[in-house]
Ligand binder design. Structure first.
Ligand code: PBG
Length: 325
């Protein structure tokens, strides 16, 4: 009889031993719930491609935010869907635009008890669906867009948001926003930057969630999926420009980028477990092809293991209740 010299299985024998040697914690405080609010909605509107996710009314949005607080989540990330879109995305900078009103509503509801974040991007507000304004040739005009982002940031800060979240992948967006916030005396408003954001097919269901009118794609501003080094470069640039937190997006297909970014910066790192990642597991589970709850917890644990301090996920509330069990 030959005995193995080394027996890693000893530490897996009982649940107590496994708990003792667990390397990765997943706690509700790590989770941020993205929430959609639709201007003019009188009932929550289900999003067909994201079972269980809705476009909220202003009233139900407040309820969802208090649930997030009661569940011990780390925060909420707000997205607005305006009734009218135009080429400049005017609803984004209007203090009475849906997202700015929603920020005020939610902050009034949860105060300082829950971190409130808001998407800072024009794609939900423009009729062409791009993340910025267009030049006469139809290209996204980086520097003109920065002026709009700066104005949008100040409107969101005035509405009371804790962290603005630029997701448009314009060069210089963090610096432009930081300067505008400081000039408007919002030094305390932070920036969670979508730093390494890839042009991904996994945003598909989100486009339905925000009634996106995009024709074409975002490949002139979002990164190509094969580039890891460039993701680290983007994160370093954002930190240098004043980002308080950097993010990698999507999460599951980009765990190596997440891990590299975590190693490269000193600020907290977030990851966005995006709509397509959510819907794939939901669809497989609905077909009986995958065991839903363990799949959710495994996906989120993997994102933590790769280096995310913070995870944006549509499962945040449910995962928090699974973790409490
Ligand atoms: C842009 C934005 C997108 C998502 C978050 N912010 C869409 C895009 O870049 O096309 C996607 C989120 C998801 O798929 O869950 N404002």
């Amino acid at each position: 009889m030959v005995f193995p010299d080394v027996r890693p299985r000893r530490l897996r024998r009982t649940p107590a031993l496994r708990r003792l040697v667990g390397e990765t914690d997943l706690d509700p405080r790590h989770l941020v719930l993205p929430l959609f609010v639709r201007e003019g909605a009188t009932e929550p509107v289900p999003i067909g491609s994201m079972p269980g996710v809705v476009q909220h009314t202003r009233e139900t949005l407040k309820k969802a935010a208090s649930e997030a607080l009661a569940s011990g989540l780390g925060g909420v990330m707000l997205f607005g869907i305006p009734a009218e879109k135009d080429p400049l995305g005017s609803g984004a900078t209007d203090p009475h635009g849906i997202l700015n009103l929603a920020i005020t509503d939610v902050v009034a509801e949860v105060g300082d008890q829950l971190t409130v974040m808001s998407d800072l991007c024009l794609d939900e507000f423009t009729d062409h669906g791009h993340c910025g304004v267009l030049d006469p040739d139809g290209n996204v005009d980086n520097d003109r867009t920065l002026e709009v982002y700066a104005e949008m940031a100040v409107a969101q800060a005035a509405a009371g948001v804790d962290l603005v979240s630029p997701s448009g992948m314009m060069d210089g967006q963090v610096a432009a926003i930081r300067r505008a916030l400081d000039e408007a005396e919002h030094q305390g408003t932070g920036i969670l930057a979508y730093s390494a954001k890839y042009a991904s097919a996994f945003y598909g269901p989100f486009r339905e969630a925000v009634d996106s009118s995009l024709q074409g794609d975002r490949r002139t501003y979002q990164q190509q999926p094969g580039n890891r080094r460039e993701g680290v470069r983007e994160a370093l640039i954002d930190v240098a420009e004043g980002a308080d937190i950097v993010m990698v997006k999507p999460a599951l297909g980009y765990l190596d980028v997440l891990s590299a970014v975590r190693a490269a910066v000193e600020v907290p790192v977030a990851a966005y477990n995006v709509s397509g990642e959510y819907s794939m597991i939901e669809a497989a589970a609905a077909n009986g092809w995958i065991d839903r709850e363990p799949a959710i917890l495994e996906a989120l644990t993997s994102i933590r293991r790769a280096g995310a301090d913070i995870i944006l996920t549509y499962w945040a509330l449910e995962a928090a209740s699974l973790l409490r069990r």
